[in-house]
Design a protein around this ligand. Sequence first.
Ligand code: NAD
Length: 350
Amino acid sequence: MRIGVIGAAGKIGQMRVATIVAEPAAELAAVLETDLDRARAHAHGAPAFDRLEAFLAEPMDAVVISTPAHLREPLCLAAFAAGLHVLTEKPLHNTVAGSRRIVEAARKARRHLGGGFNMRYYPAFAEVKDVIESGQIGELDHLRIAGGHDGLRNFARDWEYKAEFSGGGALWDVGIHMTDMARFLMEEITEVYGVATGRVWQVPGSEDNALAIFRSPDGLAASYRASWIEWTGYMSVVEAYGSRGMVRGAYAPMDSLLITMDRPGARPVRRRNRYRGIQIQEKLRSWKVTARASFAAELRDFIALCKGAEGLRIADGHAALRAVEIAAAVPESGRSGRPVTLEPLGRMRP
Ligand SMILES: NC(=O)c1ccc[n+]([C@@H]2O[C@H](COP(=O)([O-])OP(=O)(O)OC[C@H]3O[C@@H](n4cnc5c(N)ncnc54)[C@H](O)[C@@H]3O)[C@@H](O)[C@H]2O)c1
């Protein structure tokens, strides 16, 4: 599959390019950057461009769009108009309306849209999904999900945290991966009740904290927290409780715990996995080792998605849209004091 990369010189774009170059089923078709020299420096010999029209004139099947969210809509729309499949970073867009227009453009063009929720591929979180599906913890009762870090010192650029570019605060940044995780595990989220606060960092429109309850159409509930005052440092954690056990996945460090029993209250069997190999690799090199592995797995799924495969781990356009809708719904619920109801989206089909 011939894949182009938009934003190829960026922090994540460089990793996307390297992933495509390393993938036998993919070919780097072209790269696009705002500046031709930076495009050439990250092109690995592929055609490099600083003009969208010239980039899209190259023969290719799909693009990865690795720009900041507020710049994504015209790029997505142009890619769909050119008949390409699109994989975008998260969040899909910095507005709900823009996200909906991107999904609509994919539908009209009958092309696939993938949302870059690569944490689905982190082994501890993949384990949570697989354990739930295998029935090992019995019937799923509820989830507890959180994502956070210690706030503004994690941002170098305005677009990363100022609401006019980012859409909002913790819900749109570190939290959005876990919002997606909640929907991935619950299969759908149609009700959101919550509170968002901003008394610590005081960035207009960007919440420091969000506490929420998500509900699925069949009554499954998740408690959720996204935070920019997670003073313990960067963390994401997912816990699923079932009638015959529980499973927890966490990062960083990568860690999982599975507790199972034959019947409610029977002797528990515990299995802890500290993913020593990953922890050593990250200590010796960096977190990028884990991110790169997840991008590689996501790319393989994206290629399969574009070929019509089903039942994949990759987030589709509806997952990407719902995560943005929920990021907007939590503060809205906080303002009104009422739950926000969302129509089920289901899986996205081209
Ligand atoms: N999934 C993850 O783990 C993860 C982690 C960090 C960031 N992200 C997301 O990835 C995206 C990019 O983040 P980043 O840190 O790499 O940003 P970055 O600023 O380092 O890179 C963005 C690149 O896009 C380029 N660009 C901007 N507009 C363009 C245009 N019109 N045409 C071509 N190139 C253009 C910029 O020149 C820049 O090189 C963001 O949406 C961010 O939220 C995802």
